[in-house]
Ligand binder design. Structure first.
Ligand SMILES: *[C@@H]1O[C@H](CO)[C@@H](O)[C@H](O)[C@H]1NC(C)=O
Length: 290
């Protein structure tokens, strides 16, 4: 009796954990394009996307979310990945959509990938920031995450914050706060622009190109029936506790982010002198200190 009661308890709590945190690509995602070029592997624990001359491939989360912490482990196309782009992004529907982007622009063998990030609010993007990575993203899986709460969108790589898009609605900057978003990932051919400005094309002799995903987790408020349902306790950790709902950068993590930006950021729209000569027209979110 006692043994079976214990087994039952363990099964139930494991299942709760699995609803809250995902981790099974069969359960949590669906292929959206690529006609068999995307494959769930390893009993649901992994997913591989592939790209050949005819098509790339992609998948999306089954659920839509309004706020959450989204994590994915990714291992990018190795070797000569020129012309390929691997993406992980959140997006809502429609013209005035919100979007939070991570795009990994491939390169020829031995040359570095570019991590391209952007934030769209009400259909308007043009907030590009690009980074080098401080490791080879093709040698192993690394964790890419987005914390999206009512006050911040924080991009992190292996837990190190690289970008913080803070809510500046008080200064007239739109913030993604009302439209539920789905998680999307894809691998596609962008050799007209991706690598060294489009000068280097994909080498189709090396196709199919493959990018691998695992460890998808959405600790998130699921949108259903016109409202957002958050995991129990999400909003209760007041005072900047450990939960993602209240997450913002501590002084230490802010300093760490600034250090990464100084060392690894290769493009920042805020400081683009061609776009904003003498700083004219710099968007409000760029002018504000933390
Ligand atoms: C590819 O490598 C070249 C040379 O190191 C570099 O200039 C470029 O930014 C890299 N990334 C892309 C996406 O072109």
């Amino acid at each position: 009796m006692r043994a079976s009661a214990l087994v039952c308890f363990v099964a139930v709590s494991a299942c709760i954990a699995c609803i809250a945190h995902g981790g099974n690509f069969y359960q949590d995602t669906e292929m959206t394009w690529g006609q068999g070029r995307g494959k769930v592997v390893d009993g649901g624990r992994g997913l591989d996307l592939s790209l050949d001359r005819a098509s790339g491939s992609g998948f999306q989360s089954k659920d839509e979310y309004l706020f959450g912490k989204i994590e994915m482990q990714m291992k990018l196309v190795p070797g000569n990945s020129a012309g390929t782009v691997t993406t992980l992004y959140l997006s809502s529907q429609g013209d005035a959509h919100d979007e939070i982007d991570l795009e990994f622009l491939g390169n020829v063998s031995g040359e570095p990938y570019t991590l391209h990030t952007n934030v769209f609010t009400r259909g308007r993007g043009q907030r590009e920031q690009q980074f080098r990575l401080w490791f080879d993203p093709t040698a192993d899986f690394h964790t890419y995450s987005v914390v999206w709460n009512p006050r911040h969108v924080i991009f992190a790589v292996d837990g190190t914050p690289v970008r913080d898009f803070a809510n500046r609605e008080a200064r007239g900057v739109a913030f993604p706060r009302t439209q539920p978003m789905r998680v999307y990932a894809s691998l596609w051919n962008a050799d007209d622009w991706a690598t060294q400005g489009g000068r280097v094309k994909a080498d189709w002799a090396r196709a199919p190109f493959v990018a691998s995903f695992r460890g998808f987790s959405a600790d998130a408020c699921v949108w259903s029936g016109g409202r957002s349902q958050c995991p129990v306790g999400t909003m209760e950790e007041a005072g900047g506790g450990g939960g993602w709902w209240n997450q913002q950068l501590s002084d230490a993590s802010y300093r760490r982010m600034r250090w990464v930006q100084r060392k690894f950021m290769i493009y920042n729209y805020c400081t683009d002198a061609k776009r904003f000569p003498q700083g004219r027209g710099v968007p409000a979110e760029c002018r504000l200190r933390r």
